[in-house]
Design a binder for this molecule. Structure first.
Ligand SMILES: Cc1cc2nc3c(=O)[nH]c(=O)nc-3n(C[C@H](O)[C@H](O)[C@H](O)COP(=O)(O)OP(=O)(O)OC[C@H]3O[C@@H](n4cnc5c(N)ncnc54)[C@H](O)[C@@H]3O)c2cc1C
Length: 383
């Protein structure tokens, strides 16, 4: 059974683990936090994602856990209501439809629950190095030890370690969107009853959102400000809280109370809003041996590349096959093209080659056999 390592046990990691397991892979998920992360924001499940939940047997559970917002008010920094709606809420969009908004922690707990018996979870650890040898991707972990996997997949968020190790420093890919956000829980001192408040101060470029969760027992507060990139210590929560306090100081309405609640909040998350732009979501090179293709990570860029297919020559005899394989290896090397792997259980002669994609890859690619795809490329070139 081929084995896969997924980094990150939030939403994408366990969801992917579920489907890979069902497709016959042995799956390990490594998560840096000591357990699944609690707190933070609500997330939305819409459209096809709802069908995915249904197919995973989680549809009923996510619908039961949905937030029950009745509407929202937008206020200025003195608390004057500028806008009100009972048809939509900023965090969840249109109310009363099929879409489900629920807390991220509830969704991740469900995804963990549905996978935990079949997937190996390793908490409180992280990948520190990736290197491929002829047996697969050799992974070194922060807390010591090496293991080898057929695939490694990054589902470890905006500051992905897998991306950094396999593709290069984050700065190459991260586009700052000009805004910082902090999110933390607070007691429902505003007495909100399934109602959201949003505030915005044009002049200072600051704003925030407040909504009640857990049957109105608790608030989740988001505070933000517009800014060019700010330098700060990512591990120093006190410093981050101070940055937010400085930016929002002087605002009226309930903001001073929200800042006081932030100072005491045990769970606090602060980050820039950013987009990751990558022209490809896989890195690697084909090793044509046994028609197996190995996802190469990290080592490719270090120029450590095993030669093509000694085993292929030993196992698969004919010269035309060898020539075709060598041509494909050269072509793919030249293009440093995305790697494709056969699906588990695929036939020997006509394996299907699903596109190996990083989570959130840019588009779905048609599944073509290697030879069909080559023929298509050739005929495109001819025409
Ligand atoms: C303030 C805010 C508001 C948002 N509001 C909404 C909303 O209203 N609706 C919505 O749909 N979405 C919203 N989102 C986005 C949503 O939270 C993300 O799309 C979603 O969490 C992405 O899930 P993920 O599994 O890809 O990554 P993440 O949830 O980012 O999880 C990444 C996981 O990887 C782990 N990890 C990180 N580094 C390592 C490492 N080196 N090794 C191992 N593990 C690691 C982390 O601990 C974490 O568990 C919001 C996000 C923020 C920050």
């Amino acid at each position: 059974m081929r084995n896969v390592l997924i980094s990150g046990a939030s939403i994408a990691g366990p969801a992917l683990a579920y489907w890979l397991r069902r497709k016959g892979f042995s799956v390990t998920v490594v998560e840096r936090a000591p357990g699944q992360r609690k707190g933070r924001q609500a997330v939305d499940i819409r459209g096809v994602a709802l069908e995915v939940m249904d197919r995973m047997g989680l549809g009923e559970h996510v619908r039961a856990a949905r937030t029950r917002m009745r509407g929202m008010s937008m206020v200025d920094d003195e608390g004057n209501e500028l806008f009100r709606s009972e048809e939509q809420a900023f965090s969840s969009g249109r109310l009363g439809g099929e879409d489900v908004e629920l807390l991220r922690e509830d969704l991740t707990a469900m995804l963990y629950e549905v996978t935990k018996d079949q997937v190996e979870y390793v908490f409180h650890d992280s990948i520190s190095a990736l290197e491929q040898d002829e047996h697969g991707v050799r992974v070194e972990f922060d807390h010591g030890g090496f293991r080898t996997f057929d695939f490694v997949i990054g589902a470890d968020g905006a500051h992905s370690a897998v991306r950094r190790l396999a593709f290069g420093p984050e700065q190459q890919f991260s586009k700052h969107l000009g805004q910082y956000l902090a999110i933390f829980p607070a007691a429902n001192f505003l007495g909100l009853n399934n109602w959201q408040f949003w505030f915005h101060d044009e002049e200072s470029g600051t704003g925030g959102a407040i909504y009640p969760v857990r049957d109105n027992a608790e608030l989740r507060v988001t505070l933000g400000f517009l800014s060019e990139p700010v330098t700060y210590d990512h591990r120093d929560v006190s410093q981050q809280k101070q940055i937010v306090t400085d930016r929002l100081a002087g605002l009226g309405w309930e903001v001073p109370k929200l800042l006081a609640a932030m100072a005491d909040a045990p769970d606090f998350h602060f980050d820039a809003m950013a987009q990751i732009h990558m022209d490809r979501w896989t890195t690697g090179l084909v090793r044509a041996g046994r028609r197996r293709r190995l996802l190469r990570l990290g080592a490719v860029r270090a120029g450590h590349q095993p030669g093509p297919g000694r085993r292929l020559r030993a196992r698969r005899g004919t010269e035309p096959v060898r020539r075709r394989s060598r041509r494909r290896v050269r072509r793919l090397r030249a293009a440093d093209a995305p790697v494709r792997r056969p699906q588990p259980g695929a036939g020997h002669r006509e394996p299907r080659w699903p596109r190996v994609r990083g989570v959130g890859g840019p588009r779905q690619e048609r599944h073509l056999t290697g030879h069909r795809r080559d023929r298509q490329r050739m005929s495109r070139r001819r025409s």
